[in-house]
Each structure stands twice: as C-alpha cells, then as structure tokens.
Design a protein around this ligand. Sequence first.
Ligand code: MRU
Length: 396
Amino acid sequence: MDHHQATADSKLQAIRWDRPRLSILNQLLLPHASEYVDIRTSADGHHAIVSMQTRGAPAIAIVAALSLAAEISQQDFESAQQARDFIVDRLDYLATSRPTAVNLFDAVTKLKAVAASALECQSPAATGASVALAYVDAAEQMLAADVHDNRAIGGHGAQYIAGRALEQGIGAFKLLTHCNTGALATAGHGTALGIIRSLHQGAAARDPSGAVLDHVYFGETRPYNQGARLTAYELLCEDIPSTLVCDSAVSALLRRDPTIVAVVVGADRVAANGDTANKIGTYQLAIAAKYHGRDFIVAAPSTSIDLGLASGEGIAIEERDPREITRAEGFVLGGLEDGRMERETLCVAPRDARAWNPSFDVTPAELVSAIVTEKGVFVKNPGATTYDLAKCLGEN
Ligand code: MRU
C-alpha cells in the first residue's frame, strides 16, 4: 500500500507509515517546527498519545494500531498463541491512553478479533508470524480506510453545505469551526476540516450558479490551542482564506456575519441518539448556532459512532491537568540565535487558583442539525429531537 499517495491531497502528513516504520509529526512543536518522531513500540505509541504529540480521534486510533504493528513486525514469536496474547495485552495497554474518543476502542476491538481469527481460522497451521502479519495488514487497512472515509465525508458535507447556502440565497458563504479536525487529526484530508478542504478544492470546478466557500473562521480552542496552533497552520498551508477568533468571540461573530451559514465540527464519540462529545467549547458553539439560526453540523467517520451508548450521558469525559489553564505554553518571539524557537511556559493565573479542565463536552442531539459520515448526511426525522444512528448506519 502506498500511504504517501493515499494522503497526497493534504500537504501535511501527521502519520507516516512505511512498513515496518512509523513516525508521527510532533504536534507539540507545531506551528514553529516540523519534526517527526519515530514510534517503534506500543509504549512509544502510548506515550505519543498521552503527551499529545499526536491527537484527534481517528489519528489516536491509527497511531495506537500502527505502533503495535511496528513493534510486532520486528519480533519473533514462539507460537501463534503467544503472538495473539501479546497483541491482546498491548492493545489493552494502548486503550488506557485517552478515554473519550471511541475510535481507539473500536480499533482495539476490531484488531483483537483479527488476531483471534488468525489464530483460530488458520489453526493448526497458524504461526506467530502469520498472526502478526494478519494484525499488520488489518492496521494498515485502517490507515487507508480513514483517508478514504474522510474524502467521502468531505464530498457529502461539501455538497450538503453548498446546497444549504443556496437555499438561503447566499452565493459566497462562510463557515465557523473549532479545534483541529484536519489532516493533522486523521490519516489524511480530515473530517470537519476535510469538508472545508473539499469545498475549497471543488471551488475552481464549481458551476457558476453554485455557492462557494468564501472564508473560514475558527476558534483558538483554549487551553490546548488546537485551533490557533494547528488549524491556523493547516489552513495557511492550503491557502484557504481564514481568520482566527477567541473562543469567547463566536457569538458576536455569528451575530455580525449572517453569511456564516454553518458551524462545522468533528467528534470524539457520537452516541446512538446523536449526542456528540467533542472538544470543550463545542456545546456552547451549538447553543450559539441555534440562537442565531445557523446549521450546526457534526462530521465524523462511523468509527466515531458508539452504538453501544444510547445517549451522551455515558461518555467518559477526559479531565486534564488544571495547569493547562492556569499556565500558557508558547514559543519565544525572535527565537534563539540559531533560528530555533524556544518553548516557554507562562503563569496566567494566581499560583493557588483552582481550575477545572474538562477536555471535551457533550452537545445534545437536539442542537445537531446534521451528522455527516462516509455513508452520507443524516438529519433528524421531522419533529424528532434525536437521531436513530443504528438505523441510519443500517445496523438494525
Ligand atoms: O484533545 P484532542 O486534540 O485530541 O481533541 C480533538 C477533537 O476534539 C476533535 O474535534 C476530534 O477528535 C475529531 S478529529 C477529526
């Protein structure tokens, strides 16, 4: 599989896989330095996820899967059973890295099943090498499938949003997004940012009577600044006209500019009824969109949908170190003499200030106008306040 070709439509590549070598773009250094880190083992993968060198729901799952692929590609197993036990043990360990994005748990479940079936179906001929190979093939397929699904999300979402703009008589429309959901958060192209990328890429070919994406606004996404650091960088790389705003400016922005037809965000976990966990700040954006009469659109692959959860109440919300709020991380302007930028931590609150730092929130389905997956665009039935995603996905 040629992964470089698979992600050719994004200039940025968060995950580089060249069997058996895995490296990831260290997102802690962006936008000031573009450095790749080698990931040789599941322990390296776990560290990359916990330390946020890599982040974003689909990317977390794929880095976890491939980190173990890298590890077992270099390893000899005495038996098929030993290989399978090792894989299950390391997948359980990788599942402890971050709690909210369901893609990780979905990948862990699927990959355990691959290892079990390689052991059982090939029995008695199964060997440690054959079980390991089945695992590596499956992890690679997840990488390729994510890019493929994101392009499909991009196409469906672009068509839907352009159609909604035309219905409102807005020929040149704007969008507002949150956090980072692009090539950096996925295997390539992105989800919500993938729709924006697809709209931008399609603009040249669009029929003159169609609606076009004119501008993208995005929030800084405190405290980790995925918007200010990562989305700003991606949009600049792609030459997509864009403006950064404070998280607290979004309501004022929506009131001021009626050509912002929709707020488009990604998801870490969508419950069966459409309740959506995503980066902290998403819920208040949905409320602001509702008040101002704009669409609030969630874009996510079906691997982000947790049909095992009836509603968002059961979603585990990661709470991070309060010091992410009481301090600010940045790079010293002007840099060091050799051109490198120096990373610095500043105190922005009194030393003894208490802080609460949930990394995600849950937006009730009632506020979600549409959910875009690789399978299409889902909207609620007339009069309904929730979705039946099992039905939408053809699972019942
Ligand atoms: O804490 P992060 O940066 O991993 O959070 C990322 C988000 O909340 C994204 O919106 C979500 O994972 C979707 S990424 C396609």
